[in-house]
Design a protein around this ligand. Structure first.
Ligand code: TXA
Ligand code: MG
Length: 348
């Protein structure tokens, strides 16, 4: 009993700091910067998903990220910068194309994979010769990076193989006992992880689709290689384990379906052996009445709004003990490709 109490006391319980007034924002920046300078790991908002951040130039601090998440050492971490000058300092070569992409899409949800600079520790790149760099647009993480003066290594702030968090509560539910600070910067505006583009191959290859889609990139790059589940990088090993098929998934089984009307949906569902009380439905055009299901969520038929809401719905279904999540199939147009990718992985 006494032992149990001692163990409990040693566990950090994350403090959640708010940022919705200028005073709170500044106070949270000061606290975040102090902890990051001390080599600690903290959770911060970004516009895509919340990140679990440490000083990207401090190998020991980065090692804590792997430990907290239970992340395999073979999975490299994205380095977050505040500006192109800082990005250039993290890479060995900064091609003209990186400049063009930065002008078009930074700050924002695009990660560029480039040859790494010597100063980037080996655990950030998982021993590889490339580094993923992103300049996020969320004002809080920008302010923190500027004040720190060093870049931040940050994967999504979830335990390995769980859904990325899109608000501070999602982070708290998974990591409160493992870190000392979570900064609440509101709901993530983009809602799914950044597009990861490998610039070390020609033409550049999309390693992970996101809300900046192939057609937008091609308008700047000329040509980009995209593939259903990403492409291999120039190195022989797969350097983007985040591309492993089943990765971004809720605990429940997930299926993507098309249905004409409620009767058609009921017919299709009869082939799945689940109690209706364990089935949650996420729809955007054909909305059945709720009585057959544990829950029916409607998310807008608009790719940006859909992406913003998707993970929060999955978190909610997991918390409600859903066993089956049915998602209405989205359109197959380019602006839905990042969403289609996450649905495909979750359903695999
Ligand atoms: O939007 C995002 O990208 C969020 C926020 C926090 O910035 N971060 C994020 O990190 O999603 P993470 O670690 O959950 O996913 C990063 C993905 C992984 O699939 C990883 O394998 C890949 O990017 N990656 C990172 N560095 C890479 C590199 N040098 N080469 C190839 N893939 C890389
Ligand atoms: Mg992740």
């Amino acid at each position: 009993m006494r032992f149990g109490l001692i163990c409990l006391c040693l566990q950090p319980t994350a403090k959640i700091l708010q940022t919705h007034t200028p005073e709170l924002f500044q106070k949270a920046v000061r606290r975040a910067v102090a902890l990051l300078r001390a080599g600690e790991v903290i959770a911060l908002p970004t516009e895509t998903v919340y990140g679990l951040a440490a000083n990207a130039l401090n190998e020991k601090a980065v090692a804590k990220i792997f430990e907290i998440k239970g992340r395999p050492a073979s999975n490299p971490i994205i380095v977050h910068v505040a500006g192109v000058a800082m990005a250039k300092g993290c890479v060995a070569r900064w091609p003209e194309l990186a400049d063009k992409l930065a002008r078009s899409f930074w700050p924002g949800p695009l990660t560029m994979v480039l040859p790494r600079a010597e100063k980037i520790p080996g655990n950030v790149t998982a021993g590889g010769e490339t580094v993923g760099i992103r300049w996020p647009s969320h004002p809080f993480i920008q302010a923190v990076i500027r004040e720190c003066g060093f870049p931040l290594a940050a994967p999504s702030a979830n335990l390995s193989n769980q859904i990325s968090p899109t608000n501070a509560e999602h982070v708290r539910a998974q990591l409160a006992g493992k870190i000392s600070l979570i900064v609440d910067g509101g709901q993530s505006q983009v809602g799914i992880e950044s597009t990861v583009l490998d610039l070390t191959i020609s033409p550049p290859g999309i390693l992970r689709p996101g809300m900046i889609h192939a057609a937008s990139l091609a308008a700047v790059c000329g040509e980009v290689r995209s593939s259903e589940f990403g492409v291999r990088s120039s190195e022989s090993t797969l350097r983007s384990p985040g591309l492993l098929k089943r990765h971004y998934s809720p605990k429940a089984r997930l299926v993507v379906l098309n249905w004409r009307n409620a009767a058609d949906l009921r017919l299709q569902l009869s082939t799945f052996n689940f109690q209706p009380s364990k089935v949650h439905l996420i729809a955007h055009t054909q909305i059945p009445s709720g009585e057959d299901f544990a829950g029916v969520s409607v998310i807008p038929h608009d790719a940006e709004a859909f992406a913003r809401a998707l993970y929060a719905e999955w978190h909610r279904c997991d918390a409600a003990g859903a066993e089956l999540i049915i998602v209405e199939k989205p359109p197959e147009t380019p602006e839905w490709s990042g969403i289609a990718d996450r649905l495909r992985r979750a359903a695999s």
